[in-house]
Write a protein that binds this ligand. Sequence first.
Ligand code: ADP
Ligand code: RBF
Ligand code: MG
Length: 202
Amino acid sequence: MSKEEIPTGTTAASGLRPLLIGPSSGPEPPYPYRMSGPVISGFGRGSKELGIPTANLPVDNSLTPWISSIPSGVYFGWASLLLPPSHPNYSPASNTSWSMFPMVMSIGYNPFYKNDTRSAEVHVLHEFQADFYGTDMRLLIMGYIRDEKDYKGLDDLVEDITFDCRVARQSLSRPGWRVKELGDGGQFEGGWLVEQEEKASL
Ligand code: ADP
Ligand code: RBF
Ligand code: MG
């Protein structure tokens, strides 16, 4: 097999970084992981003011037994939201009540802030006109981007997160990584993201 050039970019704190994760064919085992729950309040640190709001999910080892054994770090994949019709961004895909978006997320202790509990927080790659606390969210975690790091300053953290967003967008735009259910050429089976509750829990 011929080696494809992987595009890269640089950030101040991390130097050279790849812009694509995984082979073009799609995610490899053990991915994708599934996670779901209601969006809860996070640490209230004003991530929103930084331009990086994160929708926090409860970390429940009994619902997602794999979560305690996966490395802390930055992951990417698809988020699906059950927005209420009253939400300004309510616009579900056809045949479902769920809306799908690419996402980047952090699972871990946020070494920059030295948290003492393990959190799961998702930055949805979409601009929302209103908050969606309490909304049900499903995640299809497609791959791992990097370890979580400590930083000298907030600017460096934000620069790396902004780069993570580019990595996620580019990686997920390949047909093998894009979910079929979006109806625009994706080949990845993402049905779970948009299934009705009764079916999804079976
Ligand atoms: P908290 O500390 O409560 O998590 P944040 O500043 O991280 O507060 O803001 C998170 C909230 O912002 C989410 O729960 C959600 O309601 C809202 N939000 C708006 N846009 C986004 C987005 N693109 N991604 C994630 N959350 C968003
Ligand atoms: N926190 C860290 O301490 N180190 C990290 O490397 C780190 N990476 C993150 C990557 C992404 C994609 C996201 C969404 C969050 C990350 N965080 C990290 C968590 C971040 O500190 C938290 O969202 C803050 O609330 C931002 O101000
Ligand atoms: Mg948050």
